[in-house]
Design a protein around this ligand. Structure first.
Ligand code: PLP
Length: 344
């Protein structure tokens, strides 16, 4: 039978309420891509879980199929979320699919072009808030407490349930959990989901390396960050809603949460692209953390099986490329100019 989406495939592990009405865009089932060159350099077996290949270009679709399916089933007509971009695009797409109204609050001027375009294309009512993601989330929580509008941020428990499926898929593909799982941490829903998923699936447990951007690293600093700053906009979050659970996952797994600089993130983004996997900046944080730790001898990759989660597609944030990569040269339309340039 052809693939029918995550609730169909893993619904038995998700414990969704009986009223749930399956709304799917055939999310999930993303590839676990081997990285032979990086593996050889690090002396390990390294795979990328490429979540950028979900229907709206990020892992958020895993949680959104569950959250929207539950909301529709209980009669919700409008959904709302705060978003650094990818949640907005995903909520908008699944709401469109279900015939619901969607409202998304984003921090003014801080959302990557490909994400904003997606949310608008899928028909969301996009509202820019003069503040951070954390300010937008506070507003969303308040309005969903006072009105029947359904909240689909990752404080919605069904988002976490849906996102556990990525851990299930990794175990199914590898036959067991990897030795290490490396991933970016923003609002900390994803790390919480992976850890819950691995524990539930009982195919072994990885050690977890969670990676924040240095300018938005509340879990490393041990306190909220009032004005988070990083080019990795998807993890530009100063007060993670599931921060405690993220710290628990790191500790229970005998792993840790670390911070890397924007330069290190952009460098990891280039390294991934050089092996054929183009991801948005935040998505490169996992590899960036692994490389940073290996370089200073704090991470023994040798002989290990490592999965690095790349959470979103490079096409989400095209503007970063002109800044971080070389921009194309211009020539007149003649052969001599072309041959001169490529033989330079
Ligand atoms: C949402 C998001 C993250 C952060 O995930 P959290 O669950 O908020 O920790 C990282 N990368 C991308 C591309 C995202 O969209």
């Amino acid at each position: 039978m052809t693939y029918q989406g995550l609730i169909h495939r893993y619904g038995q592990y998700l414990d969704l309420p009986a009223h749930t009405k399956n709304i799917s865009l055939l999310e999930g089932n993303t590839p676990l891509i081997p990285m032979p060159r990086l593996s050889a350099e690090l002396g390990c077996e390294l795979f990328i879980k490429f979540e950028g290949l979900n229907p709206t270009g990020s892992f958020k679709d895993r949680g959104m199929t569950a959250a929207i399916s539950e909301a529709v089933g209980r009669g919700a007509q409008t959904v709302i979320c705060a978003s650094t971009g990818n949640t907005a695009a995903s909520a908008a797409a699944y709401a469109a699919r279900a015939g619901l109204r969607s409202i998304v609050l984003i921090p003014e001027g801080k959302v990557a072009a490909g994400k904003l375009a997606g949310a608008i294309a899928y028909g969301a009512e996009v509202i820019q808030v003069q503040g951070s993601f954390d300010d937008a989330l506070t507003l969303v929580v308040e309005i969903t407490q006072k009105t029947p509008i359904a909240l689909v941020n990752s404080i919605n428990p069904f988002r976490i349930k849906g996102q556990k499926t990525a851990a299930f898929e990794i175990c199914d593909d590898l036959g067991s959990a990897p030795d290490w799982l490396c991933l970016p941490v923003g609002n900390a829903g994803n790390i919480t989901s992976y850890w819950a998923g691995f524990k539930q699936y009982q195919k072994g447990l990885p050690q977890v390396l969670g990676v924040q951007a240095a300018g938005a690293a509340p879990l490393v600093l041990g306190h909220p960050v009032e004005k988070p700053e990083t080019i990795a906009t998807a993890i530009r979050i100063g007060k993670p809603a599931r921060g405690e659970q993220a710290l628990d996952a790191a500790q229970e797994s005998n792993g840790r949460i670390i911070a890397v600089s924007d330069e290190q993130i952009l460098s990891a983004q280039r390294i991934l692209a050089a092996e054929g996997v183009w991801v948005e900046p935040a998505s490169a944080a996992g590899l960036s953390g692994l490389l940073a730790e290996s370089t200073v001898g704090k991470f023994e990759a040798r002989g290990k099986r490592i999965v690095v989660v790349c959470t979103g597609h490079g096409m989400k944030d095209p503007s970063i490329i002109t800044e971080s990569f070389q921009s194309p040269k211009v020539i007149p339309a003649n052969y001599d100019a072309l041959i001169d340039l490529i033989e330079e």
